[in-house]
Design a protein around this ligand. Sequence first.
Ligand SMILES: Cc1ncc(COP(=O)(O)O)c(C=O)c1O
Length: 401
Amino acid sequence: MAGKGDTPETRPATKLVSAGRKPEWTGAAVNPPVWRASTYLYEDSAAQEAGRHVNADGVFHYGARGGPTQWALAEALTALEPGAAGTMLYPTGLAAPAMALLSVLKAGDEVLVSDNSYDPTRAFALHALRDYGIGARFFDPLDVGCFAAAIGGDTKAVLFESPGSLTMEVCDVSALAAAAKARGLCVLLDNTWAGPTGFQALRHGVDLSILALTKHVGGHSDLMLGSVTANARYYPRLRKRSLLLGQQASPDDAALALRGLRTMGVRLERSAASALRIAAWLRDRPEVAQVLFPMFPGSPGHELWQRDFSGGCGLFTFVLKGRDAAARDRLVDALRLFGIGYSWGGFESLVLGVPPERDRAVMAWPPADCGPADRFAVRLWIGLEDPDDLIADLEQGLAAL
Ligand SMILES: Cc1ncc(COP(=O)(O)O)c(C=O)c1O
């Protein structure tokens, strides 16, 4: 019987296998089938009328509230996050921070956004929220004292991304969340890099934990999906606002994401292990000024990663020593096993030339320990290929610099 062995005490690797597999959702199958439905039929008018007064997760109503395939995914994500009351799903990863912010802010409020956040999240906070009368300001998440001083009378929420998905800064989420809570702020975190198996966001003081499921959970570069998992204080308003704004994920994508979730642990372990080997190789190369990879000893943020995280992934960035944009592009273009593309978390390796200066307001670039001429960086997502082949590819790519 599905889900028979899952208890609240099971460890994350076990939860990845069993969470969300309720017999009433899976039937005799291991995985919940794809329940494609706009319409769920009632027995009679009395049942339909009674149904109008029930507004809860896991209850058939209308397709906009989802069905068993989406409920299974949401329940699995909730089970993976200790302290969570529920999870809402969204059709893209970007819709997740957007809906989380719209759920906790109103006209006249302000949100503080960490300066290393994903560019479209920044754009949403700055431009879309402004049209609703909500202000946004950026802050340096590495400076806890400066953050506390930045909280103003209208500040009602703070959004972190740790590590930053381009430049990999790890922030002290517990300390920042404590400072935020002392002033009554709602705390949001984009936890996509580590995910719930690598960083238990709610246990570190976060109220709403955001994931782009497009990345590790999907894992195969063939779906777009996002989620927000919230504690009991914030889940009701997240759910209410998301449903009011018609947010739901498709059952097909939810089924793919559930399939990805079951193998996510081993994929991330393999990706991170390969990335650590590749980072060590890059660190010893004369063309490289710095490796930015929190899991890698000696990288910025490694001590915080060791203190707070139980895992990570193979997404990291390295800074070139004294080269220009054209040289960086020659390296990127010369790589054969790394596709040039956005996103990460799939089975295949990817590369991206990153222009950090373009997307920050207050944080310095280049990072500490780099010279002023070390400005150009390359982000790698390490997939499931043989790491020796990836190193050989990087070696011939560096020769093109
Ligand atoms: C950290 C982070 N959050 C959110 C997103 C948005 O996810 P999606 O591409 O599914 O909209 C991304 C996408 O790259 C990301 O890197």
